[in-house]
Design a protein around this ligand. Sequence first.
Ligand SMILES: NC(=O)c1ccc[n+]([C@@H]2O[C@H](COP(=O)([O-])OP(=O)(O)OC[C@H]3O[C@@H](n4cnc5c(N)ncnc54)[C@H](O)[C@@H]3O)[C@@H](O)[C@H]2O)c1
Ligand SMILES: O=C(O)C[C@H](O)C(=O)O
Length: 346
Amino acid sequence: MRTSMLKSIVRRSSVPGVSSVSRRGFASGSAPERKVAVLGAAGGIGQPLSLLMKLNPLVSRLALYDIAGTPGVAADVSHINTRSEVAGFAGEEQLGQALEGADVVIIPAGVPRKPGMTRDDLFNINAGIVKSLCTAIAKYCPHALVNMISNPVNSTVPIAAEVFKKAGTYDEKRLFGVTTLDVVRAKTFYAGKARANVADVNVPVVGGHAGITILPLFSQATPTANLSDEEIEALTKRTQDGGTEVVEAKAGKGSATLSMAYAGAIFADACLKGLNGVPDVVECSFVQSNVTELPFFASKVRLGKNGVEEVLGLGQLTDYEKKGLEALKPELLSSIEKGIKFANAN
Ligand SMILES: NC(=O)c1ccc[n+]([C@@H]2O[C@H](COP(=O)([O-])OP(=O)(O)OC[C@H]3O[C@@H](n4cnc5c(N)ncnc54)[C@H](O)[C@@H]3O)[C@@H](O)[C@H]2O)c1
Ligand SMILES: O=C(O)C[C@H](O)C(=O)O
């Protein structure tokens, strides 16, 4: 969901009911029915993300699940006069109902960082949460596209893959680690330095989603700009530390929620467009990959009717980016292996 889409949704939502033509050209009556479930919907990310998904005209049913607090969030969001019907589900006994029939499941459930913590410090709590939610996904909506937001993404995606493999439902085309916030940040920071219109900026971000595993490819940024090596290094570091910048600014009150909700809504929208057959939908995501020797890797991904249609390669890298790529591999591999080991030991 780009800025223009948000504007068009807001404009459309001032008219009761559904507008006659959506941005992608479907007449409202012919837009496919799509159910989206948000797991962790009462949280810092979950609430604004639920709002943004309610504004998305591609969604016909919105299921908001959390361990508590979702009846209130659902009642609130449900009054917005847009297409989707909203239902809230609270507590494990309602998880199955929340998931049944879902086309896309977005998972922002779990604890966020406090200052001084790494994303890996969240592993002990979030790994178990993700494992139990994925066990339910395998049972109730095994064909859904899963958008994993819960950290550490570098480990929670491999955990999900192992849970699905054990359940016999794994389809590598349907599992995504959401790294869109890294792209959102890279675009914002690059536009500032390059004095470019941020709405025109594109920057691929590859690797993973933690510290040095986040590798923005500013050499491929568009529109091009003549930035010095020092400027590129500073932009790279700022993108890698973007999450920590927010964690420190929030001073113990959590991590990025609003920008993450925006990023999560963009990625879910891309998944829905792909499912609906819209051509050339490309976003970066952490997926099962052959792009490097690592089993999971974030790179540009073409989305289609079955989820991942094509994992795109890295393109031409500068020496600085090649060095960054080699440097990130050991940490990323160890996070992936940690997730796999956890899923198989517990
Ligand atoms: N991928 C990214 O780029 C990115 C960006 C920001 C945050 N995150 C991660 O997203 C997660 C959520 O962050 P937040 O700020 O929304 O945290 P939060 O604490 O505000 O909200 C988390 C929500 O998850 C719920 N929850 C806990 N266990 C659950 C379970 N078993 N089932 C369903 N819901 C459950 C909680 O009740 C809470 O409402 C964190 O792990 C954070 O690190 C990822
Ligand atoms: O930094 C965090 O802990 C949250 C998230 O991964 C982010 O990048 O903002």
